[in-house]
Ligand binder design. Sequence first.
Ligand SMILES: Cc1cc2nc3c(=O)[nH]c(=O)nc-3n(C[C@H](O)[C@H](O)[C@H](O)COP(=O)(O)OP(=O)(O)OC[C@H]3O[C@@H](n4cnc5c(N)ncnc54)[C@H](O)[C@@H]3O)c2cc1C
Length: 401
Amino acid sequence: MGSVERYDVVVVGAGPAGSLTARYAAAGGARTLLIEKRQEIGSPVRCGEGIARHFLDECDIRFDTKWVAQEVSGAKVVSPNGSFFKIDERYAGNEVGLVLERDAFDKALAKDAAKAGADIWVKATAVGLLREDGMVKGVRVKRLDEEFNIAAGAVVGADGFESQVGRWAGIKTLLKAGDITGTLQYRLTNIDPDPDFPRYCEFYLGNEVAPAGYVWVFPKDESTANVGIGVSLTRLRNKMDIKVYLDRWIAKDPRFKRAQFLDMVTGGVSTSPPLPETTGNGIALVGDAARMIDPITGGGIGNGCRAGRILGEVLARCTETGDFSKAALQTYEKGWRAVLEEQLWRNWMAKNKLCTLTDETFDKIIDTLQHANLAKLSVHRILLAIKERHPELVKEFEDLI
Ligand SMILES: Cc1cc2nc3c(=O)[nH]c(=O)nc-3n(C[C@H](O)[C@H](O)[C@H](O)COP(=O)(O)OP(=O)(O)OC[C@H]3O[C@@H](n4cnc5c(N)ncnc54)[C@H](O)[C@@H]3O)c2cc1C
C-alpha cells in the first residue's frame, strides 16, 4: 500500500467525539493517531458552548475552570407571549449547566488523549480511505503539501456535521432538508444585566422568533453571551432570512441596546433520527458525523463524548483480538444505541411535532410546564406533562412516551 505509518486506530477529527475516542482507544492499548485538518484544535469556535455537568462524570473529564466561561443556575424557557418557566441546572437537560470556552475545552480533551498515549497531528486532512477486500485499511492524509497513506486497523470518522468519511465508506449519512437546522450565532458583549442574566441559559420559542427552532442566550460572563438562532432549513426561503430573524429578536430585547459584536458564526446541525448504521468493516462513525446531535436542542457535545468513550473502549478490545470487522464493531453499534438511540428517536418525533405548533399552543405548553412541577426537564418528562393536560398534542407518538 506504500504506507509511511501504521496505527491500530486513526481518528479523523479532533472535536470532542474524536478526542474521547482517541483517548480511550489509546488508554486501552491501541496505537492511536488523531488527525485534525485545522491548524489549531478547537478554533475557531462554532458552538453555543452549553453542556450539562453530568457528561463530565460519565466521560471522566476532570472539571477545570480553564475551560469554563460561566456556571449557570438553570434554564429559562420563554414562550411567544413572554411567559416563562425556569428549571434548576441539575434537571435542565443536556445543554445547561456550564457554558464552556470550547477552544480551551477541545484542547483539554486532546491533551487527555495525548496523555493516554495517542499521537496528534494538526493541519492533517483525511482526503480518502484505503480499502482492501471490502475492508477499510487506512486513510490517505494531506499534511501541508505532502500526501501519503496511513495504514490502520480501523478508521474513525469523527469529522463533524460535514463528515466525508462516512460517505467515503458508503455509510448512509445524507440528511433530509427537514432534518437540518441552519444556525447563526453572535458573541455579543456590553449586554445589560437583568435579574436572570447571566445566571440562566435562555431559550426563546415561537414562530415569529425562530420557525421550527429557537433563539438561545448562553451567558459567557456578566456582560457577554452567545446569542444564536436555529431555524429548520425547510422554513428558510433564502440564506439571509435567518439573520433577519435573529436581528429582529435582538432589537426587541432592551438588554442588547448597547451590545457589540465579538464574533459571528454560522453552521448546520443535524436534527435527524439516528442513522441505521454507523459501522462497517474497519470503519466507525461518532459524534456529529454519526448524527448523534439531540434533534430537539441541537446539542451534540455530550452525546459525542459519551459515544466516543464507548467507541474508544471497543477499539481497544478490537486491537487485542486483531479483529476490526463490522461484526467486531457491533459492540460499539449496540453500546451507543443502548444509551442514546431511544432518546434520539423520541426527540426527533417530538421535534417534528413542535415544528407544526402555533404560537398559541406554545403558550399553552409553557403554561402547562409552569404548573407541572417537573422534577427534571428531560424531553420525556415534558412530553409526559403535556400528555396529561393536552393529550391531543402528543397523540402521534404516544407509544414512545
Ligand atoms: C451555532 C452552533 C451552536 C451549537 N451549540 C451547541 C451547544 O450549546 N451545546 C452542544 O452540546 N452542542 C452545540 N452545537 C453542536 C456541537 O457544536 C457539536 O455537536 C459538537 O461540536 C460535535 O462534536 P464532534 O467532535 O462530533 O464534531 P466537531 O466538533 O465538529 O469536530 C469535528 C472535527 O473534525 C475536523 N475535520 C473535519 N474533516 C476533517 C478531515 N477530512 N480531516 C481531518 N479533520 C477533519 C474538523 O476540523 C473538526 O475539528 C452547536 C452547533 C452549532 C453550529
